[in-house]
Design a protein around this ligand. Structure first.
Ligand code: COI
Length: 360
């Protein structure tokens, strides 16, 4: 795809929020990227336009049959003014995998990455530079065709919006309390749990609501068939450090293949810390705790970065991990990941993609 990206200027720029009040996903920048699809033309009319509400037909198929997918990425501004992305080609690839599973037409990964870079550069003043902050990038696609028959739509919209954000869980690296869900399931093998579709998150809300009401930050999901094996948290993948070795559930077809998950595994290998991707039951986790071998539990995700888990609650039984303190490995991984992302640490894997250098 070799189309020009049109730029439509807005009349007035918004007031930017104070870095200390960012939170996650509350504020949106001045511009967004938009592109349309029609089965007769393919993707067309790529443009960077003022961020504004959309007008959609009430019969737009997304409202009825839920063809909606998204990605989550971040842009960082280093101390020397370098604007960089972290492994963005992985997100582009996963976006197309989500397209495939939801019968949404494929996108040109290189073109979309170019558009994202252009949008981020346009919005460079929106990249916060406070500790633990970044510009969260949310690409998404949904069906727009007005039709009520059940089949893949013939028309779609792809948008990219930007949100200056801080920590996902309120405060960076503070250990979270997690409820291991037994009644509801997130995804099953053969379903859509391995891709980033809106319905996965809708399906998680009922359990999340129950967890919130009881003071838990998140849900840890178990497998749908036996209600026994650990899967993921929903906003992040999960890792257990047991007796010096790290274990994370292997990708079984219902777990999201996180970019941060993959980066953590590569870093652990690089540091020669044993790491295994395998089926792990919640009983094994509790047994390791009983033996005094469960040293750390942490989540890994784009929004959450590295998030230590301080407490798990399963089957009416709560266990406290590492005295509710940040484990050394969680801290090291957080420092290394954010150091690479901000350009303060060496990038031995060439993960970082530079967008531009701006004056600071
Ligand atoms: C991300 O980490 O980017 C995600 O998409 C998780 C989210 C639902 C906030």
């Amino acid at each position: 795809m070799n189309q020009e990206i049109l730029f439509i200027q807005r009349e007035e720029l918004k007031t930017k929020p104070d870095t200390s009040s960012l939170g996650f996903g509350k504020y949106f920048s001045d511009y967004m990227f938009v592109m349309d699809f029609h089965s007769e033309t393919g993707w067309y009319n790529p443009r960077i336009t003022p961020y504004e509400p959309l007008t959609l037909d009430p019969a737009a198929m997304v409202f009825h049959y839920g063809q909606a997918i998204f990605e989550g990425m971040k842009a960082y501004k280093g101390a020397d003014g370098t604007i960089q992305l972290f492994r963005p080609e992985k997100n582009m690839k996963r976006f197309n995998q989500s397209c495939d599973r939801l019968c949404i037409p494929q996108i040109d990964e290189e073109f979309l990455l170019r558009a994202i870079k252009q949008l981020v550069f346009t919005e460079k003043d929106w990249i916060p530079d406070g500790d633990g902050t970044s510009l969260y990038i949310r690409p998404f696609i949904f069906s727009t065709e007005a039709y009520l028959g059940v089949r893949p739509a013939k028309e779609y919209k792809l948008l990219v919006i930007l949100s200056p954000s801080g920590a996902y869980y309120g405060s960076q690296l503070s250990p979270v309390k997690i409820y291991v869900e037994e009644q509801y399931v997130r995804a099953s093998i053969g379903g859509v749990g391995h891709v980033k579709t809106a319905g996965n998150y809708a399906a998680s809300l009922k359990a999340q609501e129950k967890a919130d009401a009881n003071g838990f930050a998140q849900i840890l999901w178990l497998d749908a068939k036996e209600n026994k094996y650990v899967e993921e948290v929903g906003s992040m993948n999960i890792f257990f450090k047991i007796n010096g070795e790290v274990v994370t559930p292997r990708l079984n077809g219902s777990i999201l293949p996180g970019v941060t998950r993959d980066s953590v595994i590569q870093l652990l290998n690089y540091w020669k810390i044993p790491v295994r991707e395998e089926k792990i039951s919640i009983e094994e986790v509790y047994a390791a705790h009983e033996r005094g071998e469960l040293e750390e539990v942490f989540g890994a995700g784009t929004a959450a970065v590295i998030s230590p888990v301080g407490e798990l609650h399963w089957n009416d039984h709560a266990i406290v991990i590492n005295d509710y303190k940040i484990g050394q490995l969680s801290q090291d991984l957080y420092d290394e990941m954010t150091g690479i992302q901000l350009g303060n640490k060496e990038d031995p894997f060439n993960w970082v993609v530079k967008v531009a250098q701006v004056e600071v």
